[in-house]
Design a binder for this molecule. Structure first.
Ligand code: HEM
Length: 330
């Protein structure tokens, strides 16, 4: 077999395995998983998230992003070479045995909310010790964060277990980059079993939250755009100010609404990768649909979150329920 054909068949076998594992795993998740073992789990998480977002509205965005970065990375099923997993791996600090995901290029100096997750976990441990996984806490916190800021409510499927390892290299390879073009984005999400519609809807998470200058400088100075250039250039000079922040949806920066998509139609996407969703390609129509109907966006976002939340989860006796989210049980 020619090398290319062999490679293609290995890739497609991996894709099929990935879909099978994802389907099998999601079949094992259940909305009622903690009803008997920890009936207060969901209310405890919700009130902690609401309080954290009230203190700092950006925390809603940060919790949502933590969940995304968890789901897109992990190698628990190393023998299949699958990179899957909403398994709490992003929460693990580095140890002598592995270097975790927090130091990867997309995450370093950028992910936030670990202290809030630790505090939620402590509150949940106080009502039900060793019962509720960190992976499930992230899934519920992400939903509650979006809903607190205006997203549509949806039911989170539960029963994920936590990984006992994390992968720096997969965090570097599997998380999407701001330099990605539309086909890179479509392929990256397809590799996780998510459709192009899921990708566009999930990207709508950027309707809340902020990005650092280093992530939009080249778009600001190097691409034609309708960004508010004077204000943004003051925030993000050609050199220096790498960590200075700007909202990805300046119209309504902390509201979970359709304004992010309206901004894309106006060529005001802050990130190169966001503007790719409306750049004359196959996703333009969907961006227009979301910009004209916020209800459709919210519904599609909720459905896509459920699908993303089922990527390569550990269930049953796999993994463990960590007592502290930042470290494996001793
Ligand atoms: C489509 C590919 C994506 C790319 C290239 C991307 C990239 C980025 C970048 C560069 C930032 C700013 C980080 C910083 O400057 O510190 C960011 C922030 C954020 N991302 Fe994405 N992202 C993508 C998809 C997603 C998805 C699918 C979600 C959730 C479902 C998401 C949720 C967020 C949120 C909420 C923030 C703001 C976080 C905060 O303010 O703390 N992103 N993203």
């Amino acid at each position: 077999m020619a090398a290319a054909a062999f490679f293609a068949s290995v890739v497609s076998v991996r894709a099929v395995l990935l879909l099978c594992v994802a389907a099998a795993a999601s079949a094992q998740l259940s909305a009622t998983f903690y009803d008997a073992s920890c009936p207060r789990a969901l209310a405890t998480i919700r009130s902690a998230v609401t309080a954290a977002v009230r203190r700092d509205p950006r925390m809603g965005a940060s919790l949502l992003r933590l969940f995304f970065h968890d789901c897109f990375v992990q190698a628990s099923l190393r023998f299949f070479l699958l990179s899957v997993g909403c398994d709490g791996s992003v929460l693990l600090a580095d140890t002598a045995n592995f270097t975790g995901e927090q130091g990867s290029f997309p995450n370093k100096g950028s992910l936030r909310g670990f202290d809030v997750v630790d505090s939620i976990k402590a509150q949940v441990e106080a009502v039900c010790p060793r019962t509720v996984s960190c992976a499930d806490i992230l899934a519920v916190a992400a939903r509650d964060a979006a809903v607190t800021l205006g997203g549509s409510p949806y039911t989170v499927l539960l029963g994920r277990r936590d990984s006992t390892t994390a992968s720096l290299s997969l965090a570097n390879s599997d998380l999407p980059s701001t330099t990605a073009n539309l086909s890179d984005l479509i392929t990256g999400f397809a590799r996780k079993g998510l459709s192009t519609t899921d990708m566009v809807a999930l990207s709508g998470a950027h309707t809340i939250g902020q990005a650092q200058c280093t992530n939009f400088r080249s778009r600001l100075y190097g691409e034609s755009n309708n960004l508010n250039a004077a204000a943004l250039r003051a925030t993000c000079p050609q050199s220096g100010g790498d960590g200075n922040l700007a909202p990805m949806d300046p119209a309504t920066p902390t509201a979970f609404d359709k304004a992010f998509f309206t901004g894309l139609i106006q060529q005001r996407g802050l990130l190169h990768s966001d503007q790719q969703l409306f750049s004359g390609g196959a996703t333009d129509a969907l961006v227009r649909a979301y910009a004209s109907n916020g209800g459709t966006f919210r519904t599609d976002f909720a459905a896509a979150m459920v699908r993303m939340g089922s990527i390569g989860v550990l269930t049953g006796n796999q993994g463990q329920v960590r007592v502290a989210c930042s470290r494996v049980n001793s």
